[in-house]
Design a protein around this ligand. Structure first.
Ligand code: NAI
Length: 508
């Protein structure tokens, strides 16, 4: 087992902005003497005051004892010059996101610190390989990518550049683990794990809105109430700032040589061009100005409960609908499912989306009254579900299936007939990206899942989610999306294809 750096090791943090201050607090709380340096006069002293104020708040709330808080505060020191960092055993850089400036800083630092001092950058988008390229000893440099706010967010990506010594990455992993964080190893590739794998969460939502699948409020509500995500994609982009979110997308897209998986959205660019940057400017996808009301998601009006409900098979969706109907004391019968149908009433048939539009599926199967439902994280607990209706389906059948779903206590949001609906399509693309990252040796399956749960609070790691849905179903969704759009964006990760053939789960 690799040892963490001892708490006797002096940690230097360069850059006393939002991230540097947070990282300094984490290291000092773990017992290290921390030297904080910033090129802006007084910035480090101000940051330390800010940390001490945070600690006092924790004491006031009874979350920390006063002695511990003052001990942490006493371990934080202002450094005025790089030369003051000569005794550091670990330097974490959190300055401006600019390659030449970071390279110049590390080059100067190399002449000051001892040969055994480890070097780390908190960069979120610059290649660790590139930062190391101008160092005399690039093997001792790695990325330590904390998330904002660093004291609260559990994840740290430990990023290895081409020249990083695996022993250095292992020591940094053990050290941030000792600091109470969950560390994951990642190879230095664009977006590392989180900022890469999360792209479809925004990208698919933007495309769904662009295709008129639903409005922001409806798509957000579906992603929250059926998908189990804490925030819908549009409210999340508004919170992050559309300029920041758009810049990250463009940076990952450019770094992957314009791979269509990551293509930015014209709609988002328009909003950025207009200065509608989200909450911080009062307008984004939503209007935050005084007097503006948050739009409600569109929810189908109550329909009559059909008296001929049949629940078919024992898929997760069918089993949950049956339980919910029983709890609501609605009568139904159960039959086996011959063709993956989940339920029927009259001649209307309900399926879980497999990535085809309802219209395409009706044409292929000859079942005109085809209605599709979306994926839910947990069909038993979801409060809302999206559905779509085939163009061939008659109104009475659409109303009957809506009534069936409503009888289970679900709110129903009807989306336009888009391929893969909202949660299924987004989750399938998150799975695809995580699988490709694993396939390309960027990280392990366990690291990909931990990173998405802890870095962006997803309700489940994408790969575990794929195993829950059934990997062959996810594969089908992606193949059908690729066929629907004839775009390389939806190409299937070879890892998924291989695992389905072998009957293996992604976590096997
Ligand atoms: P910030 O702008 O809040 O702070 C940067 C600080 O570095 C400023 O106080 C600035 O005066 C100082 N600085 C700039 N050049 C310097 C130099 N040559 N020497 C010493 N100090 C210098 O920026 P923030 O948000 O804290 O980001 C810092 C780094 O962390 C960037 O690389 C960023 O990409 C990364 N990061 C940011 C996250 C965020 O959510 N803000 C999340 C994860 C990583």
């Amino acid at each position: 087992m690799t040892q963490a750096l001892s708490t006797h090791t002096v940690v230097a943090v360069i850059g006393a902005g939002a991230m540097g201050a947070g990282i300094a607090q984490v290291a000092a709380s773990a017992g290290h003497t921390v030297k904080l340096l910033d090129s802006r006069p007084d910035a480090a002293a101000q940051a330390i005051k800010g940390i001490q104020a945070q600690l006092e708040k924790m004491v006031a709330k009874g979350k920390m004892n006063p002695d511990a808080a003052s001990a942490v505060g006493a371990r934080l020191r202002v450094a005025s010059h790089l030369a003051d960092l000569a005794d550091a055993g670990l330097v974490i850089e959190a300055i401006v996101e600019n390659l030449p400036i970071k390279q110049a800083l590390f080059a100067e630092l190399e002449n000051i610190v001892s040969a055994c001092c480890l070097l780390a950058s908190n960069t979120s988008s610059i290649s660790i390989t590139a930062i190391g390229a101008t160092l005399k000893t690039p093997e001792r440099l790695a990325g330590l990518h904390f998330f904002n706010p660093a004291p609260l967010m559990a994840l740290v990506e430990v990023v290895s550049g081409l020249a990083t010594d695996p022993a250095v990455a292992a020591t940094l992993h053990a050290t941030v683990t000792a600091w109470g964080k969950t560390a994951v190893h990642a190879k230095s590739t664009p977006g590392f794990i989180v900022n890469r794998v999360a792209r479809p969460y925004y990208g698919e939502a933007l495309r769904l809105r662009g295709e008129g699948a639903g409005d922001c409020a409806t798509l957000d509500a579906v992603m929250r109430e059926a998908g189990g995500f804490r925030m819908g994609p549009f409210e999340l982009m508004d919170m992050i700032g559309l300029d920041v979110n758009y810049a990250v997308t463009c940076s990952v897209w450019n770094a992957f040589f314009n791979d269509p998986r990551f293509s930015p959205s014209l709609q988002q660019q328009e909003l950025v061009d207009a200065g509608f940057l989200g909450k911080k400017t009062g307008r984004g996808f939503y209007d935050y100005r005084e007097g503006a009301e948050k739009p409600a998601p569109s929810t189908e009006a109550a329909q009559t409960v059909p008296n001929d409900i049949v629940i078919c098979g024992d898929s997760a969706a069918a089993a949950a609908l049956a339980l919910r109907l029983s709890a609501a004391q609605v009568s139904f019968v159960r039959t086996p499912s011959v063709d993956t149908r989940v339920a029927q009433c009259g001649n209307a048939v309900l399926f879980v989306t497999d990535g085809r539009t309802a219209t395409a599926r009706a044409a292929h199967s000859g079942i005109a009254n085809t209605v599709l439902i979306d994926l839910a994280l947990n069909y038993q607990q979801a409060s809302r579900l999206a559905m779509s209706v085939a163009g061939q389906c008659d109104d009475a059948a659409a109303q009957a299936t809506t009534g069936l779903l409503q009888a289970t206590g679900l709110k129903v949001s009807r989306l336009a007939d888009v391929a893969g609906l909202a949660v299924m399509r987004t989750v399938a693309m998150l799975v695809n990206e995580a699988a490709d990252a694993v396939n390309q040796g960027v990280c392990s399956a366990a690291a990909a899942d931990a990173a998405m749960r802890l870095g962006v609070n997803y309700p489940m790691g994408p790969l575990a989610w794929a195993d829950q849905v059934g990997l062959s179903h996810i594969r089908d969704v992606l193949i059908h999306l690729a066929a629907s759009y004839a775009e390389d964006r939806y190409r299937l990760s070879p890892l998924i294809a291989r695992h389905v053939f072998l009957g293996k789960k992604l976590h096997d």
